[in-house]
Design a protein around this ligand. Structure first.
Ligand code: FAD
Length: 407
Protein backbone atom coordinates (compact mmCIF):
# COMPACT_ATOMS: atom_id res chain seq x y z
CA UNK A 1 0.00 0.00 0.00
CA UNK A 2 2.90 2.40 0.68
CA UNK A 3 5.52 2.79 -2.05
CA UNK A 4 9.10 1.96 -1.20
CA UNK A 5 10.56 2.63 -4.63
CA UNK A 6 10.60 5.72 -6.81
CA UNK A 7 8.83 3.89 -9.61
CA UNK A 8 5.97 2.83 -7.30
CA UNK A 9 5.71 6.38 -5.90
CA UNK A 10 5.53 7.96 -9.37
CA UNK A 11 2.92 5.46 -10.44
CA UNK A 12 0.79 6.10 -7.32
CA UNK A 13 1.04 9.85 -7.93
CA UNK A 14 -0.01 9.50 -11.60
CA UNK A 15 -3.05 7.48 -10.48
CA UNK A 16 -4.01 10.12 -7.90
CA UNK A 17 -3.44 13.21 -10.07
CA UNK A 18 -6.85 13.23 -11.86
CA UNK A 19 -8.62 13.45 -8.47
CA UNK A 20 -6.44 16.34 -7.24
CA UNK A 21 -9.29 18.87 -7.76
CA UNK A 22 -11.55 17.00 -5.29
CA UNK A 23 -8.78 16.60 -2.68
CA UNK A 24 -9.70 19.84 -0.86
CA UNK A 25 -13.30 18.77 -0.31
CA UNK A 26 -12.60 15.16 0.69
CA UNK A 27 -9.22 15.11 2.42
CA UNK A 28 -10.70 15.19 5.94
CA UNK A 29 -12.78 12.04 5.46
CA UNK A 30 -11.31 9.03 7.22
CA UNK A 31 -12.47 5.88 5.47
CA UNK A 32 -10.81 2.46 5.18
CA UNK A 33 -8.24 2.36 2.38
CA UNK A 34 -7.90 6.18 2.55
CA UNK A 35 -8.83 6.83 -1.10
CA UNK A 36 -9.19 10.62 -0.64
CA UNK A 37 -5.53 11.33 0.10
CA UNK A 38 -2.35 10.44 -1.78
CA UNK A 39 -0.82 8.11 0.89
CA UNK A 40 2.52 9.20 -0.55
CA UNK A 41 4.08 10.53 2.66
CA UNK A 42 6.36 7.49 3.20
CA UNK A 43 7.82 8.18 -0.28
CA UNK A 44 7.86 11.98 0.04
CA UNK A 45 9.59 12.00 3.41
CA UNK A 46 12.39 9.82 1.98
CA UNK A 47 12.26 11.93 -1.19
CA UNK A 48 11.78 8.98 -3.47
CA UNK A 49 9.58 11.56 -5.12
CA UNK A 50 10.12 15.26 -4.47
CA UNK A 51 7.78 18.09 -3.58
CA UNK A 52 9.17 19.95 -6.57
CA UNK A 53 8.08 17.17 -8.93
CA UNK A 54 4.64 16.97 -7.35
CA UNK A 55 4.09 20.72 -7.66
CA UNK A 56 5.35 20.78 -11.25
CA UNK A 57 3.03 18.01 -12.36
CA UNK A 58 0.11 19.61 -10.48
CA UNK A 59 0.84 22.82 -12.39
CA UNK A 60 0.95 20.93 -15.68
CA UNK A 61 -2.33 19.17 -15.02
CA UNK A 62 -4.65 21.68 -13.33
CA UNK A 63 -5.03 25.43 -12.80
CA UNK A 64 -3.81 26.34 -9.29
CA UNK A 65 -7.27 27.50 -8.20
CA UNK A 66 -8.59 23.92 -8.60
CA UNK A 67 -5.77 22.21 -6.68
CA UNK A 68 -4.67 24.90 -4.25
CA UNK A 69 -5.38 22.83 -1.13
CA UNK A 70 -3.19 19.97 -2.29
CA UNK A 71 -0.38 22.35 -3.30
CA UNK A 72 -0.58 23.91 0.16
CA UNK A 73 -0.47 20.57 1.95
CA UNK A 74 2.54 19.47 -0.11
CA UNK A 75 4.32 22.63 1.03
CA UNK A 76 3.62 22.05 4.72
CA UNK A 77 6.52 19.61 5.00
CA UNK A 78 9.15 21.98 3.49
CA UNK A 79 7.73 24.69 5.75
CA UNK A 80 8.06 22.61 8.92
CA UNK A 81 11.55 21.50 7.88
CA UNK A 82 12.62 25.09 7.31
CA UNK A 83 11.06 26.29 10.58
CA UNK A 84 12.86 23.62 12.61
CA UNK A 85 16.13 24.43 10.84
CA UNK A 86 15.85 27.94 12.31
CA UNK A 87 14.87 26.56 15.75
CA UNK A 88 17.10 23.51 16.33
CA UNK A 89 16.77 23.82 20.12
CA UNK A 90 13.12 22.71 19.79
CA UNK A 91 14.42 19.37 18.48
CA UNK A 92 17.26 18.93 20.98
CA UNK A 93 15.01 19.86 23.94
CA UNK A 94 12.37 17.39 22.76
CA UNK A 95 14.97 14.60 22.48
CA UNK A 96 16.20 15.27 26.02
CA UNK A 97 12.65 15.34 27.35
CA UNK A 98 11.79 11.93 25.86
CA UNK A 99 14.51 10.28 27.91
CA UNK A 100 13.64 12.28 31.05
CA UNK A 101 9.85 11.76 30.92
CA UNK A 102 9.52 8.11 29.93
CA UNK A 103 10.13 6.45 33.35
CA UNK A 104 7.35 8.40 35.09
CA UNK A 105 4.62 7.22 32.69
CA UNK A 106 5.47 3.54 32.23
CA UNK A 107 2.22 1.69 33.01
CA UNK A 108 -0.29 3.99 31.28
CA UNK A 109 2.04 4.38 28.33
CA UNK A 110 2.29 0.60 27.96
CA UNK A 111 -1.53 0.26 27.84
CA UNK A 112 -2.06 3.09 25.43
CA UNK A 113 0.67 2.12 23.00
CA UNK A 114 -0.64 -1.45 22.96
CA UNK A 115 -4.15 -0.28 22.01
CA UNK A 116 -5.70 -0.96 25.45
CA UNK A 117 -6.90 2.48 26.51
CA UNK A 118 -10.60 1.65 26.74
CA UNK A 119 -11.59 4.21 24.07
CA UNK A 120 -12.18 1.78 21.24
CA UNK A 121 -11.73 4.18 18.34
CA UNK A 122 -8.40 5.41 19.67
CA UNK A 123 -7.32 1.80 20.24
CA UNK A 124 -8.29 1.13 16.62
CA UNK A 125 -6.05 3.97 15.40
CA UNK A 126 -3.15 2.80 17.56
CA UNK A 127 -3.50 -0.70 16.11
CA UNK A 128 -3.68 0.75 12.59
CA UNK A 129 -0.42 2.61 13.25
CA UNK A 130 1.28 -0.49 14.68
CA UNK A 131 0.07 -2.71 11.85
CA UNK A 132 0.40 -0.44 8.82
CA UNK A 133 2.97 2.17 9.89
CA UNK A 134 0.69 4.99 8.78
CA UNK A 135 -2.31 7.08 9.89
CA UNK A 136 -4.57 9.54 8.11
CA UNK A 137 -3.88 13.17 9.10
CA UNK A 138 -7.16 13.46 10.99
CA UNK A 139 -6.46 10.27 12.92
CA UNK A 140 -3.04 11.69 13.84
CA UNK A 141 -4.69 14.87 15.08
CA UNK A 142 -7.30 12.97 17.10
CA UNK A 143 -4.78 10.56 18.63
CA UNK A 144 -2.40 13.40 19.51
CA UNK A 145 -5.18 15.56 21.02
CA UNK A 146 -6.56 12.65 23.03
CA UNK A 147 -3.05 11.69 24.21
CA UNK A 148 -2.20 15.21 25.37
CA UNK A 149 -5.50 16.68 26.56
CA UNK A 150 -7.48 13.61 27.75
CA UNK A 151 -4.79 11.20 28.88
CA UNK A 152 -2.61 14.14 29.93
CA UNK A 153 0.53 12.38 28.78
CA UNK A 154 3.48 14.49 27.60
CA UNK A 155 3.37 15.34 23.90
CA UNK A 156 7.05 14.41 23.66
CA UNK A 157 6.26 10.75 24.41
CA UNK A 158 3.52 10.69 21.78
CA UNK A 159 5.83 12.23 19.20
CA UNK A 160 8.45 9.61 20.04
CA UNK A 161 5.92 6.79 19.71
CA UNK A 162 4.89 8.10 16.27
CA UNK A 163 8.52 8.41 15.12
CA UNK A 164 9.16 4.79 16.06
CA UNK A 165 6.32 3.50 13.91
CA UNK A 166 5.43 5.94 11.12
CA UNK A 167 6.92 4.94 7.77
CA UNK A 168 6.84 8.63 6.88
CA UNK A 169 8.49 9.65 10.18
CA UNK A 170 9.76 13.16 9.71
CA UNK A 171 11.45 14.96 12.63
CA UNK A 172 10.04 18.34 11.63
CA UNK A 173 6.45 17.49 10.58
CA UNK A 174 6.04 15.14 13.52
CA UNK A 175 7.59 17.20 16.33
CA UNK A 176 5.99 20.44 15.25
CA UNK A 177 2.55 18.90 14.64
CA UNK A 178 2.58 17.40 18.13
CA UNK A 179 3.67 20.74 19.57
CA UNK A 180 0.89 22.47 17.68
CA UNK A 181 -1.76 20.03 18.97
CA UNK A 182 -0.45 20.49 22.52
CA UNK A 183 -0.75 24.28 22.20
CA UNK A 184 3.00 24.86 22.16
CA UNK A 185 3.49 26.09 18.62
CA UNK A 186 0.87 28.82 18.35
CA UNK A 187 0.45 30.36 21.79
CA UNK A 188 -3.11 30.06 23.09
CA UNK A 189 -4.13 27.58 20.37
CA UNK A 190 -4.39 23.85 20.90
CA UNK A 191 -6.17 21.18 18.84
CA UNK A 192 -8.94 19.35 20.72
CA UNK A 193 -10.64 16.08 19.82
CA UNK A 194 -14.44 16.25 19.82
CA UNK A 195 -16.97 13.48 19.33
CA UNK A 196 -18.90 15.65 16.85
CA UNK A 197 -15.77 16.00 14.70
CA UNK A 198 -15.23 12.22 14.73
CA UNK A 199 -18.86 11.75 13.71
CA UNK A 200 -18.51 14.27 10.88
CA UNK A 201 -15.29 12.88 9.38
CA UNK A 202 -15.11 9.21 10.22
CA UNK A 203 -16.69 6.39 8.23
CA UNK A 204 -19.98 5.71 10.14
CA UNK A 205 -19.60 1.92 10.12
CA UNK A 206 -16.09 2.20 11.53
CA UNK A 207 -17.34 4.44 14.33
CA UNK A 208 -20.26 2.09 15.03
CA UNK A 209 -17.85 -0.87 15.33
CA UNK A 210 -15.58 1.06 17.69
CA UNK A 211 -17.97 3.10 19.82
CA UNK A 212 -16.99 1.88 23.32
CA UNK A 213 -15.79 4.77 25.49
CA UNK A 214 -16.82 7.40 22.93
CA UNK A 215 -18.79 9.27 25.60
CA UNK A 216 -15.42 10.25 27.12
CA UNK A 217 -14.76 12.32 24.01
CA UNK A 218 -18.06 14.23 24.28
CA UNK A 219 -17.68 17.83 23.07
CA UNK A 220 -18.30 19.24 26.55
CA UNK A 221 -15.20 17.40 27.90
CA UNK A 222 -12.91 18.99 25.30
CA UNK A 223 -10.47 21.28 27.09
CA UNK A 224 -6.80 22.03 26.58
CA UNK A 225 -4.50 20.78 29.29
CA UNK A 226 -2.61 23.68 30.92
CA UNK A 227 1.07 23.63 30.07
CA UNK A 228 4.01 24.54 32.27
CA UNK A 229 6.11 27.43 30.94
CA UNK A 230 8.90 26.55 28.56
CA UNK A 231 11.94 28.57 27.46
CA UNK A 232 11.76 30.81 24.41
CA UNK A 233 13.47 29.13 21.50
CA UNK A 234 15.64 31.69 19.71
CA UNK A 235 15.84 31.84 15.93
CA UNK A 236 19.24 30.53 14.85
CA UNK A 237 21.13 31.50 11.69
CA UNK A 238 21.19 28.77 9.03
CA UNK A 239 24.38 28.04 7.06
CA UNK A 240 24.04 29.11 3.44
CA UNK A 241 25.15 26.01 1.54
CA UNK A 242 25.96 25.75 -2.16
CA UNK A 243 23.72 23.85 -4.56
CA UNK A 244 26.65 22.66 -6.65
CA UNK A 245 29.87 21.03 -5.41
CA UNK A 246 32.17 23.08 -7.67
CA UNK A 247 35.29 21.47 -9.13
CA UNK A 248 36.09 18.12 -7.51
CA UNK A 249 39.57 16.69 -7.66
CA UNK A 250 40.57 13.07 -7.16
CA UNK A 251 38.18 10.26 -6.39
CA UNK A 252 34.83 11.31 -4.96
CA UNK A 253 31.60 9.61 -4.04
CA UNK A 254 28.04 10.47 -3.08
CA UNK A 255 26.65 9.59 0.34
CA UNK A 256 22.97 9.13 -0.35
CA UNK A 257 20.80 9.10 2.75
CA UNK A 258 17.18 8.60 3.69
CA UNK A 259 16.24 12.28 3.55
CA UNK A 260 16.79 12.55 -0.21
CA UNK A 261 16.86 9.47 -2.41
CA UNK A 262 16.13 10.95 -5.84
CA UNK A 263 19.39 12.74 -6.52
CA UNK A 264 19.05 12.15 -10.25
CA UNK A 265 16.31 14.83 -10.22
CA UNK A 266 18.78 17.38 -8.88
CA UNK A 267 20.49 19.01 -11.88
CA UNK A 268 23.77 20.32 -10.42
CA UNK A 269 24.53 16.82 -9.14
CA UNK A 270 22.75 14.70 -11.74
CA UNK A 271 25.16 15.63 -14.53
CA UNK A 272 28.34 14.76 -12.61
CA UNK A 273 30.15 11.43 -12.52
CA UNK A 274 31.06 10.19 -9.01
CA UNK A 275 33.21 7.10 -8.58
CA UNK A 276 30.84 5.52 -6.05
CA UNK A 277 27.49 5.89 -4.34
CA UNK A 278 27.12 4.77 -0.75
CA UNK A 279 24.32 4.47 1.77
CA UNK A 280 24.61 3.44 5.41
CA UNK A 281 22.03 1.51 7.41
CA UNK A 282 23.07 2.45 10.92
CA UNK A 283 22.15 0.00 13.65
CA UNK A 284 22.80 2.54 16.42
CA UNK A 285 20.38 5.03 14.84
CA UNK A 286 17.78 2.26 14.81
CA UNK A 287 18.35 1.47 18.49
CA UNK A 288 18.55 5.10 19.59
CA UNK A 289 15.16 5.84 18.00
CA UNK A 290 13.67 2.38 18.85
CA UNK A 291 12.47 1.97 15.26
CA UNK A 292 9.83 -0.69 14.67
CA UNK A 293 10.71 -3.65 12.42
CA UNK A 294 8.30 -2.34 9.81
CA UNK A 295 9.86 1.11 9.80
CA UNK A 296 13.33 -0.40 9.55
CA UNK A 297 12.34 -2.69 6.65
CA UNK A 298 10.80 0.25 4.81
CA UNK A 299 13.92 2.33 5.34
CA UNK A 300 16.14 -0.49 4.09
CA UNK A 301 13.98 -0.99 0.98
CA UNK A 302 14.02 2.76 0.22
CA UNK A 303 17.82 2.97 0.63
CA UNK A 304 18.27 -0.01 -1.69
CA UNK A 305 16.00 1.56 -4.26
CA UNK A 306 17.88 4.88 -4.05
CA UNK A 307 21.36 3.35 -4.25
CA UNK A 308 20.50 0.94 -7.08
CA UNK A 309 18.83 3.64 -9.15
CA UNK A 310 21.70 6.05 -8.63
CA UNK A 311 24.29 3.41 -9.57
CA UNK A 312 22.52 3.08 -12.92
CA UNK A 313 22.20 6.83 -13.31
CA UNK A 314 25.82 7.63 -12.43
CA UNK A 315 27.19 4.39 -13.94
CA UNK A 316 29.23 3.63 -10.85
CA UNK A 317 29.15 1.01 -8.08
CA UNK A 318 26.67 1.47 -5.23
CA UNK A 319 26.99 0.07 -1.72
CA UNK A 320 24.34 -0.16 0.97
CA UNK A 321 26.37 -0.89 4.08
CA UNK A 322 24.80 -2.20 7.27
CA UNK A 323 27.04 -0.76 9.99
CA UNK A 324 27.01 -0.63 13.81
CA UNK A 325 27.04 3.15 13.55
CA UNK A 326 26.76 5.81 10.88
CA UNK A 327 30.12 7.48 11.47
CA UNK A 328 32.18 4.30 11.27
CA UNK A 329 30.07 3.00 8.40
CA UNK A 330 30.72 6.12 6.33
CA UNK A 331 34.42 6.23 7.09
CA UNK A 332 34.83 2.54 6.20
CA UNK A 333 32.88 2.96 2.97
CA UNK A 334 34.81 6.06 1.87
CA UNK A 335 38.09 4.34 2.75
CA UNK A 336 37.17 1.13 0.89
CA UNK A 337 36.27 3.14 -2.21
CA UNK A 338 39.46 5.23 -1.84
CA UNK A 339 37.58 8.51 -1.86
CA UNK A 340 39.12 11.89 -1.20
CA UNK A 341 35.79 13.71 -1.13
CA UNK A 342 32.28 12.69 -0.12
CA UNK A 343 29.39 14.80 -1.43
CA UNK A 344 26.00 14.74 0.24
CA UNK A 345 22.83 16.74 0.70
CA UNK A 346 22.79 18.50 4.06
CA UNK A 347 20.49 16.55 6.40
CA UNK A 348 17.81 18.70 8.05
CA UNK A 349 17.61 19.09 11.82
CA UNK A 350 16.97 15.58 13.14
CA UNK A 351 18.77 12.32 13.97
CA UNK A 352 21.08 12.39 10.91
CA UNK A 353 22.12 16.02 11.37
CA UNK A 354 22.81 15.24 15.05
CA UNK A 355 25.56 12.89 13.83
CA UNK A 356 27.05 15.33 11.34
CA UNK A 357 29.78 16.91 13.52
CA UNK A 358 31.09 13.41 14.33
CA UNK A 359 30.89 12.42 10.65
CA UNK A 360 32.86 15.49 9.53
CA UNK A 361 35.49 14.97 12.21
CA UNK A 362 35.95 11.26 11.48
CA UNK A 363 36.21 11.79 7.72
CA UNK A 364 38.66 14.68 8.24
CA UNK A 365 40.87 12.49 10.42
CA UNK A 366 41.24 10.21 7.37
CA UNK A 367 41.94 13.14 5.07
CA UNK A 368 38.48 12.97 3.47
CA UNK A 369 36.48 16.13 2.83
CA UNK A 370 32.68 16.24 3.26
CA UNK A 371 30.95 18.61 0.82
CA UNK A 372 27.41 19.48 1.88
CA UNK A 373 24.87 20.80 -0.61
CA UNK A 374 21.33 22.12 -0.51
CA UNK A 375 18.86 21.53 -3.33
CA UNK A 376 17.99 24.73 -5.21
CA UNK A 377 14.28 24.13 -4.36
CA UNK A 378 15.08 24.00 -0.62
CA UNK A 379 17.48 26.93 -0.83
CA UNK A 380 14.75 29.03 -2.48
CA UNK A 381 12.10 28.23 0.14
CA UNK A 382 14.17 28.13 3.31
CA UNK A 383 14.43 31.90 3.92
CA UNK A 384 10.60 32.14 3.96
CA UNK A 385 10.12 29.58 6.76
CA UNK A 386 10.84 31.87 9.71
CA UNK A 387 7.24 33.07 10.22
CA UNK A 388 3.82 31.40 9.93
CA UNK A 389 2.71 28.99 7.19
CA UNK A 390 0.55 31.46 5.30
CA UNK A 391 3.46 33.85 4.92
CA UNK A 392 5.48 30.88 3.62
CA UNK A 393 2.71 29.80 1.25
CA UNK A 394 2.37 33.30 -0.20
CA UNK A 395 6.11 33.51 -0.81
CA UNK A 396 6.31 29.96 -2.20
CA UNK A 397 3.46 30.65 -4.63
CA UNK A 398 5.44 33.54 -6.07
CA UNK A 399 8.91 32.02 -5.86
CA UNK A 400 7.81 28.78 -7.49
CA UNK A 401 5.47 30.60 -9.92
CA UNK A 402 2.71 28.16 -9.02
CA UNK A 403 0.09 30.23 -10.77
CA UNK A 404 1.80 30.14 -14.15
CA UNK A 405 0.48 27.26 -16.27
CA UNK A 406 3.19 25.13 -17.85
CA UNK A 407 2.85 24.80 -21.63
C1 FAD B 1 0.56 14.55 15.17
C2 FAD B 1 0.97 14.54 13.72
C3 FAD B 1 2.17 13.93 13.36
C4 FAD B 1 2.57 13.95 12.02
N1 FAD B 1 3.75 13.34 11.67
C5 FAD B 1 4.17 13.35 10.38
C6 FAD B 1 5.39 12.74 10.00
O1 FAD B 1 6.15 12.22 10.82
N2 FAD B 1 5.73 12.76 8.68
C7 FAD B 1 4.94 13.35 7.73
O2 FAD B 1 5.29 13.31 6.54
N3 FAD B 1 3.78 13.95 8.09
C8 FAD B 1 3.38 13.98 9.37
N4 FAD B 1 2.18 14.57 9.71
C9 FAD B 1 1.45 15.33 8.67
C10 FAD B 1 0.36 14.56 7.92
O3 FAD B 1 -0.49 13.90 8.82
C11 FAD B 1 0.90 13.54 6.91
O4 FAD B 1 1.89 14.13 6.10
C12 FAD B 1 -0.21 13.04 5.99
O5 FAD B 1 -1.27 12.51 6.75
C13 FAD B 1 0.33 12.00 5.07
O6 FAD B 1 -0.69 11.41 4.30
P1 FAD B 1 -0.76 11.61 2.73
O7 FAD B 1 0.55 11.31 2.11
O8 FAD B 1 -1.94 10.86 2.23
O9 FAD B 1 -1.02 13.16 2.66
P2 FAD B 1 -1.83 14.02 1.60
O10 FAD B 1 -3.00 14.60 2.29
O11 FAD B 1 -2.06 13.25 0.35
O12 FAD B 1 -0.82 15.23 1.32
C14 FAD B 1 0.26 15.11 0.36
C15 FAD B 1 1.58 15.39 1.06
O13 FAD B 1 1.60 16.67 1.64
C16 FAD B 1 2.35 16.65 2.86
N5 FAD B 1 1.44 16.96 3.98
C17 FAD B 1 0.10 16.84 4.00
N6 FAD B 1 -0.40 17.27 5.18
C18 FAD B 1 0.66 17.67 5.92
C19 FAD B 1 0.83 18.22 7.21
N7 FAD B 1 -0.24 18.49 8.00
N8 FAD B 1 2.07 18.50 7.66
C20 FAD B 1 3.16 18.26 6.88
N9 FAD B 1 3.08 17.76 5.62
C21 FAD B 1 1.84 17.46 5.16
C22 FAD B 1 2.90 15.23 3.02
O14 FAD B 1 4.20 15.19 2.45
C23 FAD B 1 1.89 14.44 2.22
O15 FAD B 1 2.39 13.19 1.78
C24 FAD B 1 1.76 14.59 11.04
C25 FAD B 1 0.56 15.19 11.44
C26 FAD B 1 0.18 15.15 12.75
C27 FAD B 1 -1.12 15.82 13.13
Amino acid sequence: MFPQSREAALSQWRTFLPQAPTYGANRSLVVPGHPHVTRLSPAISRRLITEEELLTSLKQSHPLARVEKLAQEILWRPYWKGWLEYHPAVWSTYRTQVAALTPAHGARLADITAGRSGIAIMDYFIRELLESGWLHNHARLWVAAWWVHHEQLPWELGAHFFLQHLLDADPASNTLSWRWVAGRHTRGKAYLVRRSNLEACLDPSLLAQHSAGLERLADEHAAAVPLPPEPDFPTTAVDPLPSSPGPLEGRWGVWVHEEDLALETYPPLAGLRPQAVGSILSHSLRVEQSLSDQRWDHLRACLHDGATRLATHFQCPADVEAAPDLVQGLVDWAHARQLQTVVTLQPWVGPLADQLPAVIKALQSRGIRLVRLRRPFDALLLPHATKGFFHFWKSARETLTLEHPVP
